[in-house]
Design a protein around this ligand. Structure first.
Ligand SMILES: NC(=O)c1ccc[n+]([C@@H]2O[C@H](COP(=O)([O-])OP(=O)(O)OC[C@H]3O[C@@H](n4cnc5c(N)ncnc54)[C@H](O)[C@@H]3O)[C@@H](O)[C@H]2O)c1
Length: 253
């Protein structure tokens, strides 16, 4: 699908991978709406690319429905939806202070899994009403998993479970949406230089980077965005989870 002129939603677009994706989409001529819980950040990134920025919790069904209505009024029905909103708190299932509070697990699943599904279901419903392109395509959805979906480390049980579920959603959603011409893909990033990683102490960052086979550096957000743009443009790429990780296989801790 050609991104030019298409109404595109990017969640988590106020920062990191989502911000780089919003920029790449705008550079390709898409009409971009950023949904982020950080409303000011969403507006700042959107203003810089001529898009629309909206404060929105992706896990809230009403808030996302209202945000998508606003995006549709401004840019037309959604043709591209990129889910980058996510949180990654680390906590052991049983720590020195006892069992993990259930709310901690629920919170991660709520944002990473329910939030992704929430945006996907509403965006796909809009895409179904769009006119197809000559290939029969009406839309493309890209969700962000993580290599923790496959090699979660100690302390990542909630995060890994949420991202594993995002990965598992890819094929059934792609199969279901085949009849409306909507492709569904996921990216499983390894280590990317975003505020999430850059907030760690330098020695931790250095030891993490040393675990990367090649290249021995964190991925750049624009390299994630570049894969998103390829996924949008390549009509036979569907139902797949693509690792983007310098061949990293994470160790238990
Ligand atoms: N950076 C990495 O190395 C890495 C690796 C694997 C997966 N990921 C995944 O990539 C995605 C983007 O991560 P990032 O590194 O750019 O992080 P980031 O913290 O820079 O950006 C995440 C954005 O999501 C927003 N957000 C969080 N909860 C939200 C909610 N409930 N509703 C709306 N917006 C919300 C935040 O405000 C923030 O702007 C996340 O899903 C993350 O799990 C990142």
């Amino acid at each position: 699908m050609d991104a030019a002129g298409v109404s595109a939603i990017v969640t988590g677009g106020a920062s990191g991978l989502g911000a780089a994706t919003a920029q790449a989409l705008a550079a390709a001529g898409a009409k971009v709406t950023i949904l982020d819980r950080d409303g000011n950040g969403a507006v700042a990134v959107a203003n810089a690319i001529g898009g629309l920025g909206l404060g929105c919790n992706v896990a809230d069904p009403e808030a996302v429905a209202v945000a998508l209505d606003e995006a549709r009024s401004a840019h037309g029905p959604c043709g591209v939806a990129i889910n980058c909103a996510g949180i990654a708190p680390a906590r052991r299932i049983v720590g020195s202070d006892g069992a993990m509070p259930l709310e901690d697990f629920q919170q991660v699943v709520q944002v990473n899994l329910i939030g992704t599904f929430n945006v996907m279901r509403l965006a796909a419903a809009e895409m179904a009403g769009r006119a197809p392109n000559p290939d029969g395509e009406r839309g493309v959805i890209v969700n962000t998993a993580s290599i923790a979906a496959f090699e979660g480390q100690v302390g990542q049980s909630a995060y890994a479970a949420s991202k594993g579920a995002v990965a598992a959603l890819t094929l059934p959603a792609a199969r279901e949406f085949a009849n409306i011409g909507v492709r569904v893909l996921a990216i499983a990033p390894g280590l990317f230089a975003t505020p999430l990683l850059r907030g760690m102490p330098q020695d931790v960052q250095d030891s993490l980077a040393a675990t990367l086979p090649f290249p021995k550096r964190f991925g750049r957000p624009e390299e994630f965005a570049s894969l998103v743009m390829h996924m949008i443009g390549n009509p036979v790429l569907n139902g797949e989870i693509v690792r983007l990780d310098s061949a990293l296989r994470m160790q238990p801790r």
